[in-house]
Design a protein around this ligand. Structure first.
Ligand code: NDP
Length: 337
């Protein structure tokens, strides 16, 4: 019997990375395409998943046996703060339609993509899969966060009432080819790559907002893609898994022996340094300390992932960044900028 895997949001950063891995890993390998598999990468033009009728038609057309649900209204901090109801409502509609269509069409498995925004604002660190619902999320993006949280609630309800094999993944900040490089509305890495590129091109200073001190965790989209494929094939539990893990250059031993997850944190300055190197920028490079830093750190533990996946090699941070910069430079005219 063939396996039909529908990837919603298949044309975005993460969807394109899954497509790349499926096409480029050796066929039949742990992450490569298997002979009985058919992969479908759907975009919003094929079906607007806010609409239940279009969602149902998509499922009727492809009859997916498995679903990786990535489609979402996604945006940077500014957009999240300004359009809280839109983020809440559109993501609730998309998620409800996809989950219910997966139930009605008897999909054998559904993995939905959450985000570390789901976690409570005031919480003990590192974040773990156990404390998603232990307090309200940060108020800046509560619309997006609550819509994503609700997927975990729905997954449990679908499992308890109908026995559905629904689960979720919680990635940290993702970056890679096909990212959104818009200067106003992008995440930190693509935004800085674009800014640095323009500084080099126009011979102007490269100014990074804030002190550069905050620490963040990143995951390369093509590593994340492999983790989704692992979850699809090898993980059968309703409870979510935090997907995190790029390791940067060696950090002090005191840091490495800390709680799991902390050695994967990267400062914004380390990110900016690596971007300057990858872009080949040699002009003036400064930090605008009058701009807000945001939260100093919010580490998430990938202990559960590492305990389950066995042997897995993350792409070193600099290598992943170089590949992302290379993609951006080669695709400047077609990229989301
Ligand atoms: P992108 O913005 O790159 O892609 C979004 C995808 O969703 C696109 O394929 C888009 O289709 C599709 N989409 C949006 N609205 C609709 C709709 N109404 N109907 C159907 N499809 C729709 O997002 P990412 O790849 O970055 O994100 C994928 C998932 O990962 C999301 O669920 C996001 O919340 C989550 N995530 C992302 C992080 C990140 O750092 N990027 C971090 C943590 C979680 P089209 O191309 O046609 O517009």
């Amino acid at each position: 019997m063939s396996t039909i895997i529908l990837v919603t949001g298949g044309t975005g950063l993460v969807g394109k990375a899954i497509e790349y891995v499926i096409e480029n890993e050796p066929a039949g390998s742990r992450f490569g395409k298997r002979p009985n598999e058919k992969w479908i990468f759907a975009s919003s033009s094929e079906a607007d998943l806010r609409d239940p009728v279009q969602t149902r038609k998509l499922y009727e057309k492809y009859q997916p046996t498995h679903v990786i649900h990535l489609a979402a209204l996604v945006g940077g901090l500014f957009k999240n703060m300004k359009y809280k109801l839109t983020f809440l409502r559109e993501n609730i509609l998309i998620n409800d339609n996809v989950l219910h269509a997966s139930y009605e069409h008897k999909a054998q498995k559904l993995i939905s993509c959450l985000s570390t925004c789901v976690f409570p604002d005031k919480v003990e660190y590192p974040l773990t899969e156990l404390n998603i619902h232990n307090g309200p999320p940060h108020e800046s993006n509560f619309g997006y966060a609550h819509a994503k949280r609700m997927v975990d609630v729905q997954n449990h309800a679908y499992k308890e009432e109908f026995g559905c094999n629904f689960t979720s993944a919680i990635p940290t900040n993702v970056f890679g080819p096909h990212d959104n490089y818009d200067l106003e509305d992008s995440h930190v890495i693509p935004g800085l790559i674009h800014k640095c590129y323009l500084a080099k091109k126009n011979n102007t200073p490269f100014v990074v907002s804030g002190t550069g001190k905050p620490l963040r965790q990143f995951i390369y989209s093509r590593d994340l893609a492999k983790l989704f494929i692992w979850q699809l094939r090898e993980y059968d539990d309703v409870e979510p898994v935090i997907l995190s893990g790029n390791k940067i250059c060696p950090r002090p031993l005191s840091c490495i022996f800390n709680v799991v997850g902390e050695d994967e944190e990267v400062s914004i300055k380390e990110v900016a340094d690596a971007i300057v190197k990858a872009v080949g920028f040699q002009g003036s490079y400064t930090f605008d300390t009058s701009r807000a830093d945001g939260q100093y750190r919010k580490p998430a533990s990938n202990k559960k992932l590492l305990s389950l996946i066995g042997d897995f090699k993350f792409t070193p941070f600099e290598e992943a960044l170089n590949e992302s910069v290379k993609w951006f430079l080669e695709n400047y005219n077609n990229a989301r900028i």
